[in-house]
Design a protein. Structure first.
Length: 378
């Protein structure tokens, strides 16, 4: 048999590719007819059992481990594209994703009560004043969960919670609280965080043996703190709580990592300024309400969803963003309590809940994932 040269091989490949494209177009037209049927009957787009049967069928048509995997990947991708096409057609018939949020011109901020965790002088306190203004009616509670309860119950209109730091990463406990309570992100604010080492007025840095602060603050200042190997580092609820503890206990061997504002509030001496190693250290705070509202000009959507521990599941979910041209800003994962090796994902993406691509993506994620929740648009 004559061996084909490269030009002949490429010519044959071009012919095969044309046939594949023609067959693909035919397949997509039939997918459109399937979408019409689902629109009429109210059936969901994603049919997991049907897709698994299809993969088993097509992989049974080839031999060899590589070819079976390749065919499986090919048809998985085609069915993913088919689903997104069907979501698009359903959206054109008015069957959209998340419909429970209401757009508003502005987020109400006058004559409101705002709660934050900690005490006066905490960074959460500063973030609340930064967003709502120095004359805002703000009050504090002991824990982040207490703040969530205040908002969910309606005793507070808003809560201000840290969610992410540019040095230490996510505040993971607050991600879990977003799932536990029916509160929604309506805004965010970014606060530059500049930690100082604070002690009593008669303390010297060489006297220090114990340093108190919030775990995130200790992490953000670890390079400075770890150079003093004889210092014991102890975590407390809040940086301002640490400052308050030092002044109340009156022990010159104790210090706090907190803000310079906390030093002024509690009468402490600044033993060392700006001890965080990232001088651009910034914390992102979210503003939470129990109302499902979003500004008409909001440009970030936060969601959560759950996935089983199985190859390809995260890719398939994220393809809902890819095929709708949506940019993902952040992704964070948390283990699901009581379900080993299964995870809940938190995703921030660019867009507005009124945008058709966002609506299509949310519909796909809600059908293909589990327990999808829109956490807010802001």
């Amino acid at each position: 048999m004559k061996k084909l040269d490269l030009l002949e091989i490429r010519t044959q490949l071009d012919g095969i590719d044309r046939e594949i494209v023609e067959l693909f177009e035919k397949r997509m037209r039939l997918s459109g007819e399937v979408a019409e049927f689902k629109i009429e009957t109210g059936k969901p787009v994603y049919d997991k059992e049907r897709e698994m049967q299809k993969i088993d069928s097509v992989t049974g048509m080839v031999d060899g481990g590589f070819m079976k995997q390749a065919v499986s990947d090919l048809f998985t991708q085609m069915m993913t594209i088919s689903r997104h096409y069907q979501y698009k057609l359903m959206a054109e018939h008015g069957l959209k994703g998340e419909e429970n949020f209401q757009p508003v011109k502005t987020i109400p901020s006058e004559d409101v009560r705002v709660v934050y965790q900690g005490v006066e002088g905490a960074y959460s306190h500063a973030a609340a004043l930064q967003y709502f203004g120095c004359d805002a009616s703000v009050y504090h509670v002991e824990t982040f969960e207490d703040a969530m309860k205040e908002v969910e119950s309606g005793r507070a209109d808003y809560a201000v919670l840290p969610i992410e730091n540019s040095s230490a990463g996510a505040v993971i406990d607050n991600y879990d609280l977003l799932m536990k309570y029916s509160n929604y992100i309506v805004a965010e604010t970014f606060l530059t965080v500049n930690h100082a080492l604070l002690g009593l007025q008669d303390s010297r840095q060489e006297d220090i043996r114990t340093v108190f602060s919030h775990p995130q603050a200790l992490m953000q200042c670890s390079e400075f703190l770890n150079t003093n190997r004889d210092w014991k580092q102890i975590s407390v609820e809040n940086t301002a709580v640490a400052a308050k503890k030092v002044i109340e206990e009156g022990d010159p061997s104790q210090a706090a990592v907190a803000s310079e504002i906390a030093a002024r509030l509690y009468g402490l001496k600044i033993l060392e300024s700006s001890i965080n190693h990232n001088k651009l250290n910034t914390t992102r705070f979210i503003i939470l309400s129990n109302q499902r509202i979003y500004r008409e000009d909001a440009q970030k959507v936060s969601i959560s969803f759950e996935l089983p521990h199985k190859s390809g599941t995260l890719y398939n979910i994220l393809s809902n963003m890819i095929y709708n041209g949506i940019s993902m800003i952040m992704i964070e994962s948390r283990p699901i309590p009581g379900r080993n090796w299964e995870y809940r994902f938190f995703v921030d993406m660019e867009g507005n809940l009124s945008d058709p691509p966002i609506q299509n993506a949310l519909k796909g994620i809600s059908e293909e994932g589990r327990n999808m929740k829109v956490l807010g648009n802001y």
